[in-house]
Design a protein around this ligand. Structure first.
Ligand code: FE
Ligand code: FE
Ligand code: ZN
Length: 280
C-alpha cells in the first residue's frame, strides 16, 4: 500500500493530529511546527509529541514531514530577512528532535534580483550554519515552480544547493508534482524522462518525499497554484501512474490540494490507492 496523507493542522494538539490522520486512512502526513506565516510558536508539548510518535510507530505511519513556514526567504538580499529565516529554521530543527527520523521540508527561497547563483550560495550557507552532524532530521529542499525569482525550479539548481552543503547526508529532496510541472517537467507525457533526469542530475537516493498536487496552470507556466487531484492540468491518470511508479511508490506522499475539510482528503487518499470511496 502506498504511503499517503495530507497536510494537517496541529491546532488541537499533536496526538489529535495523528488521530485525524488515522480517521482519513492516511499513513503519513505533513504539518507546520508553528504558524505558517512564521511568527512566534508556542512551546512544544514534549508529552504530546511523544504520544504522537508512539501512535505513529504503532500504526506504521512513519516517516512524517514537517514544513517550514512558507513565508521565509533563506536567500534574501536583506540580511535581517535571512537572519529571521535562520532563527525560525533553527528553532524548528530543535523541535524536530522530538520527532527523530523524520523530514523537515523548506522552500529554498527567492533571489529577488541577486541572480540564482547568489541565491543558491546564500541558501547553502544558511544550511551550513544550521545543520549538525548527529541531528535526527533529514532536511528536504522542495522543488519549486519558478514563480517570480524562486530558486530550486530546475534539478540543476537543487543539485547546486546540495553540492554546497557540507553535511550532505542530512539533506534530501521533496518533489512537488504541481511545482515541477509548472516548472516545465512533463510528468504527464514523459514521467520516465523526468525521473531519469532527476536521477542523472540529483540522484534518486536524494528523493525522500513527494508533494502530490494537481496544477491549475499548464506545463511550464511557472505558476504555483495547486488543484485537487484530477481537477487540474496533470489529471488523474498521470497521478495513478506516478504514485505506483516503482521508483516512487515507497516514498511518503503528501496531498497539499485545496479541500474544504478532511473528508476531501480522505476521498483523494482512497482515489490514489484505487480503493472504494463510497464508505467515506
Ligand atoms: Fe511547500
Ligand atoms: Fe509543496
Ligand atoms: Zn505550491
Amino acid at each position: 500500500m502506498i504511503r499517503i496523507g495530507c497536510h494537517l493542522s496541529p491546532s488541537k494538539g499533536l496526538f489529535r493530529m495523528g488521530q485525524d490522520a488515522l480517521s482519513i486512512r492516511a499513513n503519513t502526513f505533513q504539518f507546520f511546527l508553528r504558524n505558517p506565516r512564521g511568527s512566534k510558536a508556542k512551546e512544544l508539548d514534549l508529552n504530546d509529541a511523544a504520544a504522537l510518535m508512539n501512535l505513529l510507530r504503532e500504526r506504521d505511519m512513519l516517516p512524517i514531514v514537517a514544513h517550514a513556514p512558507y513565508t521565509l526567504n533563506p536567500c534574501a538580499a536583506d540580511q535581517r530577512v535571512r537572519e529571521f529565516a535562520a532563527m525560525v529554521m533553527e528553532d524548528d530543527l530543535k523541535r524536530m528532535e522530538a520527532f527523530p527520523g523524520n523530514f523537515y521540508n523548506f522552500h529554498p527561497g527567492s533571489h529577488v534580483g541577486q541572480g540564482p547563483e547568489a541565491g543558491i550560495e546564500r541558501t547553502s550557507s544558511l544550511l551550513n550554519a544550521l545543520l549538525w552532524p548527529d541531528m535526527g532530521t533529514t532536511v528536504l529542499i522542495e522543488t519549486m515552480a519558478g514563480q517570480g525569482s524562486e530558486i530550486g525550479a530546475t534539478f540543476e539548481q537543487v543539485r547546486d544547493i546540495l553540492r554546497q552543503v557540507e553535511l550532505g547526508e542530512r539533506m534530501g529532496v521533496c518533489l512537488d508534482t504541481c511545482h515541477v510541472f509548472a516548472a516545465g517537467y512533463d510528468v504527464v507525457n514523459n514521467l520516465e524522462g523526468v525521473l531519469e533526469r532527476f536521477d542523472r542530475i540529483i540522484g534518486f537516493g536524494r528523493l525522500k518525499a513527494l508533494h502530490v498536487n494537481d496544477s491549475l496552470f499548464p506545463l511550464g507556466s511557472h505558476k504555483d497554484r495547486h488543484a485537487p487531484i484530477g481537477q487540474g492540468c496533470i489529471g488523474l491518470d498521470a497521478f495513478l501512474r506516478l504514485v505506483d511508479h516503482p521508483a516512487l511508490r515507497a516514498l511518503p506522499m503528501i496531498l497539499e490540494t485545496p479541500q474544504e475539510d478532511l473528508s476531501g482528503y480522505a476521498r483523494e487518499i482512497a482515489l490514489l490507492r484505487e480503493e472504494a470511496v463510497d464508505n467515506l
